[in-house]
Write a protein that binds this ligand. Structure first.
Ligand SMILES: Cc1cc2nc3c(=O)[nH]c(=O)nc-3n(C[C@H](O)[C@H](O)[C@H](O)COP(=O)(O)O)c2cc1C
Length: 192
């Protein structure tokens, strides 16, 4: 596919559009392989991936639902709580993305996060290039909780950067629309 079309037609496709059918492991491995080729300063390769499938995926979803219950307070909503259990049936794989901050003294932490975001975009574009699958990058406040880091068994130098959900698209899956304001409004050209 033409690179411009691939980039501009990439959409976040949410689990309600997934059939529950498993995505082949070779496809998941390709996502990870492409993520691994992201640019990174000082070659630190700061991305780490924890892939949840099958019972692991159920365990991830039940952990998130319990964290939601504990931390949502007055905003608690039954249908949102139930959504996690539904997700375990819709999604094929959940790839938890982790920033592994190096101890290089001259490397600002933001650069490690930037590199990991590039790795995620590589995954999202790879997903988008396959018309049979969909995915999106999910964060929300739960992924930043210490309890979630403990569940993932992260080290102190690691931060969870969210979850990439991947699923097989239903036959009649709706391709979402998205929009962007003109790039000209976000660009300054310096000529002199
Ligand atoms: C860092 C990051 C975190 C995101 N977290 C969420 C999320 O928690 N829930 C969600 O529905 N979408 C999330 N998204 C996806 C955005 O909502 C989506 O990219 C945006 O609506 C634009 O749609 P598009 O990806 O189809 O162009 C996230 C995107 C990024 C870059």
């Amino acid at each position: 596919m033409d690179i411009n079309k691939l980039i501009q037609s990439r959409r976040s496709i949410y689990p309600s559009q997934y059939s529950g059918k498993k995505v082949r492991k070779s496809v998941i491995k390709q996502l990870l392989e492409n993520a691994n080729w992201a640019p990174n300063h000082y070659h630190t390769e700061p991305w780490r991936f924890i892939v949840f499938e099958n019972n692991g995926l159920k365990r991830l979803m039940s952990t998130l639902s319990e964290l939601y219950k504990q931390h949502s307070g007055e905003a608690f909503n039954d249908s949102k709580y139930a959504r996690y259990a539904a997700r375990a049936k819709q999604v094929s794989h959940a790839i938890v993305v982790v920033v592994d901050k190096s101890d290089k003294p001259n490397l600002p932490a933001i650069e490690e996060i930037e590199a990991v975001a590039c790795a995620v975009q590589n995954m999202l574009l790879t997903i988008s290039a396959d018309p049979t699958i969909g995915g999106y990058w999910s964060t929300g406040m739960l992924v930043y909780l210490q309890e979630f880091a403990d569940f993932l068994e992260l080290d102190d130098n690691q931060i969870c950067a969210g979850i990439v959900y991947v699923g097989t698209l239903k036959e009649n899956a709706i391709q979402p629309k998205s929009k962007r304001g003109p790039v000209e409004e976000k660009t300054t050209w310096i000529r002199e």
